[in-house]
Design a protein around this ligand. Structure first.
Ligand SMILES: [Zn+2]
Length: 321
């Protein structure tokens, strides 16, 4: 590992709660004096109404606070959905019934300050901070495909604060249509749904992502072809990023990305085969936090507030340099 040693997170004066609201599950971690004191993860009800989701979220938060026995001073929430400044869901392709509904309401009973951040952006911050890297690209592969870009030690936020949506980089103009409507987005090629479909076609049998991961572990040829397909698509996206922002490190995580052990190595192989000669290549590796990078990022958000999301120097302890 290269880079600066990661700073320590001593934590805020009181305890904090981190929550990761993903497309298929909800994860919670309470932290006191810099140490995790409570962990929980639950799946969203399949086909449940939005009221069931809200109830589960509220009950899970209450359970965390009850088990811990202390009210958190601040709650950091990593979200798969886009959340507006008023705390209402703007868009959530996986759970569209949430649109217009307050994501802040299920936390109201805690009395804590609640901060929201994009799950992949927060994951990128956590990975860069843990790697001690000032120039890192994070790619999270799960229900969707998210990204976080850290350049020069700061999150790249863009003019409207939502830069780094790597899932919607077009990697194949002739490729399948993405949920956003565009043809050939990275997400349309390597989301959990897309990889399950690719594996099913190659194997000639309906195949789940769990079966794909097991097939990869057994080095089944059909499973390796799917990993290769994913690596090729990811390398195409990275080729553009190498030219644009010159990352030193690439970290691949997310629920499915972290489970596909050979993926980072295959991505590195594809990248080195396609990049312009003489161009320095980033080191491509698995996410340090495995499938939990977004939750680790939510801890950072709750600990340091929104300064890191606003582009503060992430290796400088969270204060603007
Ligand atoms: Zn798209």
């Amino acid at each position: 590992m290269t880079g600066t040693p990661p700073p320590t997170d001593a934590g805020t004066a009181g305890g904090i709660l981190a929550v990761d609201i993903g497309g298929t599950k909800l994860a919670l971690r309470a932290v006191a004096s810099g140490a995790a004191v409570y962990e929980d993860a639950v799946l969203w009800p399949v086909g449940g109404a939005v009221e069931d989701d809200a109830e589960l979220l509220e009950a899970s938060v209450a359970k965390a606070v009850g088990a811990w026995g202390e009210a958190p001073v601040r709650i950091g929430v990593a979200t798969a959905p886009n959340v507006g400044a008023d705390g209402c869901v703007v868009s959530w392709p996986n759970r569209p019934d949430w649109v217009g509904r307050s994501l802040r309401a299920p936390f109201a009973g805690t009395g804590a300050e609640v901060l929201f951040g994009d799950d992949a952006t927060l994951a990128g911050l956590a990975e860069a901070r843990s790697a001690g890297s000032r120039d890192l690209v994070y790619l999270g592969i799960g229900t969707g495909v998210g990204g976080g870009l850290v350049s020069g030690g700061r999150l790249l936020t863009g003019a409207w604060g939502t830069a780094g949506e790597l899932g919607h980089l077009v990697v194949d103009p002739e490729g399948p249509r993405c949920r956003c409507g565009t043809r050939g987005c990275l997400q349309a090629a390597v989301s959990a749904e897309a990889l399950a479909a690719h594996a099913s076609a190659g194997r000639g049998l309906p195949t789940t992502t769990s079966e794909l991961v097991a097939g990869v572990d057994r080095a089944e040829p059909w499973a390796e072809r799917t990993v290769d397909h994913a690596a090729d698509a990811i390398a195409r996206a990275l080729r553009a990023l190498v030219e644009l922002v010159q990352p030193a490190h690439v970290r691949i995580g997310g629920g499915l990305g972290a489970a596909l052990a050979p993926l980072p190595h295959r991505v590195a192989q594809h990248l080195s085969a396609t990049v312009r000669p003489g161009r320095p290549l980033p080191e491509v590796g698995p996410a340090v936090h495995g499938p939990h990078s977004s939750l680790a990022g939510a801890v950072l958000l709750a600990t340091h507030g929104t300064s890191l999301l606003g582009g503060a120097d992430l290796l400088g302890g969270g204060s603007p340099a």
